[in-house]
Design a protein around this ligand. Structure first.
Ligand SMILES: Nc1ncnc2c1ncn2[C@@H]1O[C@H](COP(=O)(O)OP(=O)(O)OP(=O)(O)O)[C@@H](O)[C@H]1O
Length: 299
């Protein structure tokens, strides 16, 4: 689903008739933005910069004070079509805190309770949603969500949104509090939804490495303005931007710079630590890993 913000400004203050943007404290400042269908879009910015407000406007939890949100070129408010917001799924931070049913299946099916589907159709949808988040139906459907691991609980909570087949999914720091394997699995799942169902994924992230690895585009928000927008490799190599945001250089670039300074090694802008490792191995005089994947450190 194509999503646009047309000069959207937002204030939590009450707007009086005839008030202008300059009369109010704006949390989002006349933002113009297009989010074409199918993007993996990360939003970064300091605490209080307006990320959550931005996401809630797209979901329809908040209404623009000025300007318009367009979903498939339609303003849901102007066209009196609030149901367009149902095509946007919203996953809060720590969504597992909102699980409440006694079984995984009931929890995921909760959003379908008002729908016209038969019980069999609902079960098929739940099963499909569970598969798309990597939860085996036979293993998990009848278990209590409260007995699962943190990563599994989060998958159940996400399946409860995926079952509604949203075209755009918004996630607020989806990897917060997860260990490395759970983070990797979560992104595999999001990439799967994006590639197989064309779902647009928009998520808030505070981790540059995560953005570099998973996003097709990154938006940087500062005090209600998008100050950068583009491919992560381009945006996150801008030193003045990194300085303005108080962000460290991504680890692979920092390591490459250190190698250049200390050993005169020149690497071609590595973005991933895996791209730096072969050079480190060479400098240490160790062999490269064999085709079988043996660790060079153990030889
Ligand atoms: N309900 C509210 N009423 C009034 N002001 C609010 C409300 N919610 C947020 N704000 C203010 O709006 C600004 C932006 O908040 P927002 O939650 O959108 O930022 P954020 O970038 O998501 O922050 P964080 O990373 O800490 O979650 C902050 O100054 C905040 O205090």
């Amino acid at each position: 689903m194509n999503t646009s913000l047309n000069e959207v400004a937002f204030s939590y203050e009450r707007r009086r008739r005839k008030s202008r943007p300059a009369d109010l404290t704006l949390i989002l400042k006349q933002v113009k933005l297009d989010i074409p269908s199918g993007e993996m879009l990360a939003v970064a910015g300091k605490s209080g910069s307006g990320k959550s407000t931005f996401m809630q406007l797209i979901k329809g939890f908040l209404k623009p004070t000025f300007g318009q949100i367009l979903l498939e070129n339609t303003d849901p408010y102007g066209a009196k079509r609030p149901e367009l917001f149902d095509r946007v799924g919203f996953i809060f931070q720590y969504p597992e805190h909102q699980l409440f049913s006694s079984t995984v299946e009931e929890d995921i099916a909760f959003g379908l309770r008002q729908s016209p589907y038969t019980p069999e159709e609902k079960q098929a949808k739940v099963k499909r949603a569970m598969e798309s988040v990597g939860l085996d139906y036979e293993t998990f459907a009848s278990r209590s969500p409260f007995e699962l691991s943190g990563g599994e609980k989060r998958r159940v909570a996400i399946a409860g949104v995926v079952v509604l087949e949203p075209e755009l999914i918004i996630l607020d720091e989806p990897t917060a509090g997860l260990d490395y394997p759970s983070r990797t699995a979560l992104f595999e799942m999001l990439h799967g939804l994006n590639a197989e169902q064309g779902t647009t994924i928009l998520w808030v992230s505070h981790q540059l490495e995560e953005i570099l690895e998973h996003a097709s585009r990154v938006l940087v928000l500062k005090e209600g303005d998008f100050i950068a927008d583009g491919p992560p490799r381009q945006v996150l190599s801008d030193r003045s931007l990194l300085g303005a945001m108080g962000w460290e250089l991504p680890a692979a670039l920092a390591l490459a710079e250190l190698l250049a300074e200390t050993h005169g090694v020149s690497l071609d802008r590595p973005w991933d630590l895996r791209e730096v490792v072969p050079e480190l191995i060479r400098l240490c005089g160790r062999k490269q890993p064999s085709a079988k994947g043996e660790s060079p450190w153990l030889q």
